[in-house]
Design a protein around this ligand. Structure first.
Ligand code: KG4
Ligand code: ZN
Length: 339
């Protein structure tokens, strides 16, 4: 079964053709980063307009690269939420139109669920598993019982880890998106130069909190009154980047280990934009060898937003009879997955 997937939840315009939930025939991702970079973050209105401009050419390219014609497609899959509502509506409306014109089923997919599924496209991931989804908008841990049966274990009580990377990069005058630029700067820094707080590690809770570390970095840079310190900073930008990155990685790794301990599961999936972080990947690999669990890290192209994960997951949803009606609406909030 060939499924065309569409993803427009944030600032990537993406389309992909996937066969039987596993074989990627094409995976086109247009990053809008150049359009948002000047604002140091994603501007929703700019994102919606860019999706409107680019989506149909990207869909066409995905079909061309897959060497399939529209009438060979069995279903259209699209991200329904969570995400930026205007951006989601562009993808959803295009998907409804294509499904109507081609007279094939529409399947709506949860963005976080699709991130979890990215581990099953690329690697031979065993179930049951614990999944950490860590991106610019989300940080949450799940118990994954099957492709479609997922339970929430814990989530951030404030910001997402990726958001903290983006905001701290801004404080350090590093370019947007913050994750890759902090990672690069951190390569020349000392991870133990400053001890930033590791929030919520003193309880058994699997929830996260990342707002405190942003404030801690801000106070460290500018002092409590934000007017600037009288004495110049002892550390370099790279030292602060490395120390911040280390604190985030410590929190993520520790919570994953606790989730594995609490569930007794032996497989860990880590996906979402921040899962592209080299230091996080290294540390997880070391822990996996030490504690004998199996680690599933999708390749970088499937960690950040893409439509292959949408088309892949849709194959299992359609097999379970989960098609959508044409009056389905987009949702912006992360409210229902696994609860
Ligand atoms: O999954 P994604 O593409 O979009 C969302 O659903 O949010 O994730 C984007 C986030 C951004 O916050 C970006 O800074 C972060 O992922 N990111 C990284 C890295 N690459 C992207 N964070 C840390 N290290 C990276 N190498
Ligand atoms: Zn995402």
């Amino acid at each position: 079964m060939l499924i065309l997937g569409i993803e427009t939840s944030c600032d990537e315009t993406a389309a992909s053709v996937v066969k039987d939930g596993k074989l990627i025939l094409s995976n086109i991702v247009l990053s809008q980063t150049p359009a948002h970079k000047v604002f140091y973050g994603v501007v929703p209105e700019v994102a919606s307009r860019a999706h409107t401009f680019w989506l149909l050419p990207i869909v066409k390219l995905a079909l061309q690269n897959a060497e399939v014609s529209p009438n060979q497609i069995s279903a259209i899959a699209v991200t329904q939420g969570p995400g930026l509502i205007g951006a989601l509506l562009v993808g959803l409306t295009a998907a409804k139109t294509l499904a109507t014109v081609l007279d094939i089923p529409l399947i709506t997919v949860d963005h976080i669920h699709a991130h979890i599924y990215s581990a099953f496209i690329s690697t031979d991931t065993q179930l049951p598993a614990v999944a950490l989804i860590v991106s610019g908008g989300h940080t949450a841990l799940f118990r994954v019982n099957s492709y479609t049966n997922i339970e929430l274990l814990g989530r951030t009580t404030d910001d997402a880890a990726g958001e903290a990377f983006d905001k701290v990069a801004r404080m350090l005058n590093l370019p947007y998106p913050g994750g890759p630029s902090i990672q690069e700067s951190a390569q020349n820094g000392k991870p133990n130069a400053v001890r930033f707080p590791r929030s919520l590690l003193d309880s058994e809770s699997l929830d996260f909190s990342f707002s405190g570390i942003k404030t801690a970095v801000l106070y460290h840079l500018y002092g409590q009154d934000k007017k600037g310190k009288t004495a110049p900073l002892k550390e370099t930008v790279s030292d602060i980047a490395a120390s911040f990155q280390e604190a985030i990685v410590d929190i993520l790794v520790e919570k994953c280990k606790r989730a594995l301990g609490q569930t007794g599961y032996k497989t860990l999936i880590v996906a979402g934009g921040v899962a592209a972080n080299k230091r996080l990947r290294e540390r997880l690999q070391t822990e996996a060898e030490k504690h004998k669990f199996s680690l599933s890290l999708p390749p970088l192209s499937l960690c950040t937003d893409n439509a292959a994960m949408v088309a892949g997951l849709a194959f299992h949803l359609i097999k379970n009879g989960k098609t959508a009606s044409l009056d389905v609406d987009a949702y912006s909030e992360e409210f229902s997955l696994g609860e």
